[in-house]
Write a protein that binds this ligand. Structure first.
Ligand code: FES
Length: 239
């Protein structure tokens, strides 16, 4: 690779192909991640599975239609099935349409349109209730559950402060699996990776976001949880 190509390979971004796959530019780390429940059966942590990272390639193509036989990569099945990948998501900043749930110490912000049905918000009485309590334990749980929300639907700020609190995430892509409900989930895009629409405009750059890979979201390119009722399975064997 020449110097310019080396520089390009260092900048990870995702370009959406019209009615086609996600083109991941740069040498992104791509790993399968399982949503692991706690003893009460609520989503609690992530466990890393297979590693799909290929540092020899400056560009990889990830399936967006949900029909590939080579998940998470594209095998051109979108052409055979005449995939309609129309992007219907808003370019409005996610905060603009978020509801506020004020608690004594934190304000929870929630934009439900981006829900990826990962259910980290359910543990120990649900995050919307936890934030309203405001003791040491419930505040800790509020932070944990918000930070684990892969879609970024849930956001948090300290009372009296404007800046959002966010976990430190390395730019990388998680291929989510949700064995508790026997489905595969979206791509968990972390660390401020830019996502470029098929029309050439960029979506808001966010620390946590989930991109649909089942092909069924009505809020494409983002996941809206449709992989759960449609029982999407990617066919990748567990490590
Ligand atoms: S992966 Fe969640 S709606 Fe498609």
């Amino acid at each position: 690779m020449n110097e310019q190509q080396t520089m390009d390979a260092q900048e990870v971004y995702i370009r959406i192909m019209k009615d086609g796959p996600y083109l991941v530019h740069g040498q992104a780390e791509i790993r399968q991640e399982f949503i692991v429940p706690n003893d009460q059966g609520n989503s609690w942590e992530y466990r890393v599975g297979r590693d799909f990272t290929d540092k020899t390639k400056a560009l990889v193509s990830l399936c967006r239609c949900g029909r590939t036989t080579h998940a998470p990569f594209c095998d051109a099945m979108h052409l055979k099935v005449a995939f309609d990948g129309t992007e219907r998501a808003s370019h409005t900043p996610i905060l603009d349409d978020a509801k506020q749930y004020p608690g004594p110490n934190y304000i929870l912000l929630d934009n439900e349109a981006y829900c990826a049905f990962a259910r980290f918000c359910d543990a120990f009485g649900q995050v919307w209730n936890l934030v309203s309590e405001g003791d040491e334990l419930t505040d800790e749980l509020t932070l944990r559950e918000t930070f684990h929300c892969p879609s970024g639907r849930l956001m948090l700020r300290k009372r009296g402060e404007q800046e959002l609190l966010e976990p430190k995430l390395t730019p990388s892509i998680g291929v989510l699996e949700d064995p508790a409900i026997h489905v595969s989930g979206p791509l968990y895009v972390k660390g401020g990776i830019r996502v470029e629409s098929s029309d050439g405009t960029s979506y808001e750059i966010r620390n946590r976001q989930t991109l649909c890979r089942c092909g069924m979201s009505l809020n494409k390119p983002f996941c809206n949880g449709a992989h759960a009722p449609t029982k999407y399975r990617d066919g990748i064997p567990e490590k």
